[in-house]
Design a protein around this ligand. Structure first.
Ligand code: FEO
Ligand code: CA
Ligand code: CA
Length: 609
C-alpha cells in the first residue's frame, strides 16, 4: 500500500456537515450525542473490539452480544406520514402504503437535527423491492390486481423519518414535518448530461426531463452537503421486453442490462409505461443514482445521470484534497465493474444543497486491475474506443462503454466505503459462482461462493487519482487452504460469507453485513466487526444475527457511534403468509416484517468498543 497522507475524512466530513446544517438553521450550538464523539473522547484511536463473538444461528430471532440491546424502530406498514392509517394487511391500498414505512428496507442514513442535544435526527431508508408473497394473502402472480400493483409501487422507494432518543430508547416522531415517502410514482428530475436526450424521451415525457418514481433502491451514500444518494439496482426486473422486435439496437442495450422477457413483478400488465414494446425508452430512465434532500420535504429528487446507468449497489461520496467530489460505485452483477465519478467543480462549504450540481458535471471512470497490485481508472469519454459515442450514450449504456475500455470483470461488486482512519477504500465482492477460473488477481477464486473484500489505496492519497494500488483484504468462507477463506494472520475468526453492505466505526473497524449465509454457510445472515489494523486485522467477530430468511442491510452509526442502525430485509423471504418461515419481529401481527433496528450498548458505550 502506498503512503496515505490525506488528513482524516471523518473530521472534515463532520465539520463540513455541521457548517451546512448550521447555515440552514437546523442545528444549534452543538451536535450533541449525534455529533460530539467525532471530535470527542469516544473517538480515541483504539480499534480493539470489546465484545465476545456470537455463534452462528438458524433461530428466528435477532441477537446481539451481551451488554447490547436491539429495538425495532420501524417496520413495514408502520404509519409514518400525517394521515396514514394503521397497518391492516387485508386493507392495504396504494394510498395507505404511500404514507407508511415501505417494504424491504436496505440502506439507512442518519442526520442530526437541531435543538435536541443530538437526540433527534432524520433517518432515510431505502425500500428495495416488493415481496408480494409476504405482502398479499394468497398472492398469485397470474391473478395480479391493479390494487396489488399500486401497493407494490408505493412500498418501494424511500422513507424519511424523524427519530428521537428518549431515556427508554429510540422513538419515531410521528407528526414530524420531515416525515416523507418517496415511491415509484413520485415525480423526479432527470439531471445531468442525459437530461433531454432522445434516449430518455417518452410519450409521457416528450422533453426527457421528468421521471415518475424510483424503485430497486438498494444501497446509497451521504453527501458532504447533507443529502442522500439512493441507488437503483435491479431495475431490470420491472420491465417486460419480450415484444420489442428482435434485432433492434434497443434489444442489445436491454440484453446488456439483463432485462427480462417478462417482468418479475408484472407492473407492466397494469401500468403501460413498464411495457417496453410501447415505451422502450422508459427503461433508460432507471438504473441511476437519485439524490434526495431529507431536510426539504417538498424537494424534488434528482436522478444524477453523470454517475452512469448500471445496477447501482451503492454510491459513496468523499472529497478529494482539492475539493472535487469523488463517488465510488459498484455495479452488482456477475462480472460487472467498479466505477468512480470525479466532479469537474469543487465543493463549496457555503453552498449547501446547491453542491448537488457538482454531480452533474465530471468524469465517470471504470477500474482496470493489474496483476502487479496496481490499477487504472479509465475515463468513459468520447475518445479512443468510444470515439463517436455521445456523452448521453456513454452514460445510458455505461456497461457497454466500460466493456469497450477493457475494464476488469469482478465478482459482483457491492458496497464501497472509505476507512476514516487509514483513508483506504474497501470494496465488497459478494460472490460469483459463475466464475469458472480465478483471474489470478482481484478475483482469485473460481466458483466464488463466499465473496471477498479488496483494499485500495489511491495514488498519492488522492481520491481523484487516475491510478491506485490494491490488495486482497479478506477472502470470505470457511477457513482453509486453496479455495478457503483467509482472515489475516491467525487467531480466532468467525467465518463469514457474501459480504454486502459495509460501514466504518470511528476507530477504523470495518462492519460487514451479509446477504447469503443461509445457503453458503447454513446460518442466518449477520453483521461482523473486523479490525483493519493491529493483530486482529481482517479477523471478523460476529456482532449481530438476523432472523430466518433475512439479509442484513444498511449498517449506519450515529456520529457518536453509540447507536448502530441496521435494516433487517425480507425475513421469511419466499415462504408466503400461509405458514411463514419467519414471524420476526414477533410483534403480535404474526407476520414477517422487514424492519429497521437500533442497537445500543446498555452502558452507552460506542458500539463494539
Ligand atoms: Fe440489492 Fe447488491 O444488493
Ligand atoms: Ca446490497
Ligand atoms: Ca444484496
Amino acid at each position: 500500500m502506498g503512503p496515505m497522507s490525506r488528513p482524516t475524512g471523518v473530521e472534515s466530513y463532520a465539520s463540513l456537515l455541521r457548517r451546512r446544517l448550521d447555515r440552514r438553521d437546523f442545528l444549534g450550538a452543538t451536535l450533541g450525542c449525534f455529533g460530539a464523539a467525532l471530535i470527542g473522547p469516544q473517538a480515541k484511536p483504539s480499534s480493539a473490539l470489546g465484545f465476545t463473538s456470537l455463534a452462528g444461528t438458524r433461530e428466528d430471532v435477532l441477537e446481539v452480544p451481551e451488554g447490547y440491546r436491539a429495538e425495532v424502530l420501524l417496520s413495514w406498514g408502520q404509519p409514518i406520514c400525517k394521515g396514514a392509517g394503521e397497518f391492516r394487511l387485508e386493507e392495504q391500498s396504494g394510498a395507505s402504503q404511500s404514507l407508511q414505512f415501505g417494504f424491504n428496507p436496505d440502506f439507512s442514513a442518519c442526520f442530526p437535527l437541531e435543538g435536541s442535544s443530538g437526540n433527534r435526527g432524520l433517518l432515510v431508508v431505502n425500500h428495495e423491492y416488493p415481496g408480494p408473497n409476504e405482502m398479499f394473502p394468497g398472492y398469485e402472480r397470474a391473478r395480479l390486481t391493479p390494487s396489488q400493483v399500486e401497493v407494490q409501487m408505493a412500498a418501494c422507494g424511500l422513507s424519511v423519518v424523524e427519530v428521537q432518543r428518549t431515556k427508554d430508547g429510540w422513538r419515531v416522531v410521528s407528526d414530524s414535518r420531515y416525515n416523507r415517502r418517496i415511491t415509484s410514482s413520485t415525480a423526479m428530475d432527470l439531471a445531468g448530461p442525459v437530461r433531454g436526450d432522445a434516449l430518455v424521451r417518452t410519450a409521457l415525457d416528450a422533453g426527457g426531463h421528468e421521471v415518475l418514481g424510483t424503485f430497486a433502491n438498494c444501497g446509497g451514500g451521504k453527501t458532504p452537503w447533507g443529502t442522500v444518494l439512493s441507488c437503483e439496482e435491479n431495475f431490470h426486473e420491472y420491465f417486460a421486453r419480450a415484444s420489442v422486435p428482435k434485432g433492434e439496437r434497443l434489444q442489445e442495450g436491454f440484453r446488456r442490462y439483463g432485462m427480462l422477457d417478462a417482468s418479475l413483478y408484472g407492473w407492466d400488465t397494469h401500468v403501460p409505461r413498464f411495457d417496453l414494446s410501447e415505451h422502450p425508452q422508459e427503461a433508460h430512465r432507471f438504473g441511476w443514482v437519485v439524490e434526495v434532500d431529507p431536510f426539504a420535504p417538498g424537494s424534488k429528487p434528482k436522478k444524477r445521470t453523470a454517475l452512469g446507468r448500471m445496477r447501482h449497489e451503492g454510491a459513496t461520496p468523499v472529497l478529494a484534497d482539492d475539493g472535487r467530489v469523488v463517488v465510488y460505485m459498484g455495479d452488482d452483477g456477475h462480472f460487472e465493474y467498479l466505477y468512480k465519478f470525479v466532479s469537474a467543480g469543487r465543493f463549496d462549504p457555503e453552498g449547501g444543497e446547491s453542491n448537488g450540481e457538482l454531480l452533474d458535471r465530471g468524469t465517470l471512470f471504470v477500474a482496470r486491475f493489474h496483476l502487479d497490485g496496481t490499477g487504472d481508472w479509465l475515463p468513459l469519454i468520447p475518445e479512443g474506443p468510444l470515439e463517436g459515442w455521445s456523452p448521453a450514450r456513454i452514460l445510458v449504456h455505461a456497461r457497454a462503454a466500460a466493456d469497450r475500455l477493457g475494464a476488469t470483470p469482478m465478482d459482483r461488486p457491492e458496497d464501497v466505503e472509505v476507512n476514516p482512519v487509514n483513508q483506504r477504500v474497501y470494496v465488497c465482492m459478494t460472490m460469483n459462482p459463475a466464475r469458472l477460473k480465478g483471474d489470478g488477481g482481484p478475483n482469485p477464486r473460481a466458483s466464488n461462493r463466499h465473496g471477498h473484500v479488496l483494499e485500495l489505496s489511491e495514488f498519492g492519497g488522492d481520491f481523484a487519482a487516475r491510478r491506485f494500488q490494491w490488495s486482497p483484504f479478506m477472502l470470505a468462507g470457511p477457513e482453509g487452504e486453496g479455495q478457503g477463506g483467509q482472515y489475516g494472520r491467525g487467531g480466532k475468526a468467525e467465518p463469514l460469507s457474501c459480504p454486502d453492505n459495509i460501514a466504518f466505526d470511528g476507530v477504523g473497524n470495518l462492519w460487514i453485513a451479509t446477504d447469503g449465509q443461509p445457503s453458503a454457510l447454513g446460518i442466518n445472515d449477520s453483521i461482523y466487526a473486523v479490525p483493519t489494523a493491529g493483530p486482529e486485522r481482517a479477523r471478523p467477530r460476529r456482532f449481530l444475527n438476523g432472523p430466518i430468511g433475512c439479509e442484513i442491510c444498511g449498517p449506519e452509526f450515529t456520529p457518536d457511534f453509540r447507536t448502530l442502525f441496521v435494516c433487517v430485509q425480507h425475513p421469511g423471504a419466499g415462504g408466503g403468509l400461509e405458514s411463514p418461515r419467519s414471524r420476526w419481529p414477533h410483534d403480535g401481527s404474526g407476520l414477517p416484517r422487514g424492519s429497521l433496528v437500533a442497537v445500543t450498548g446498555s452502558d452507552g458505550r460506542p458500539v463494539g468498543s
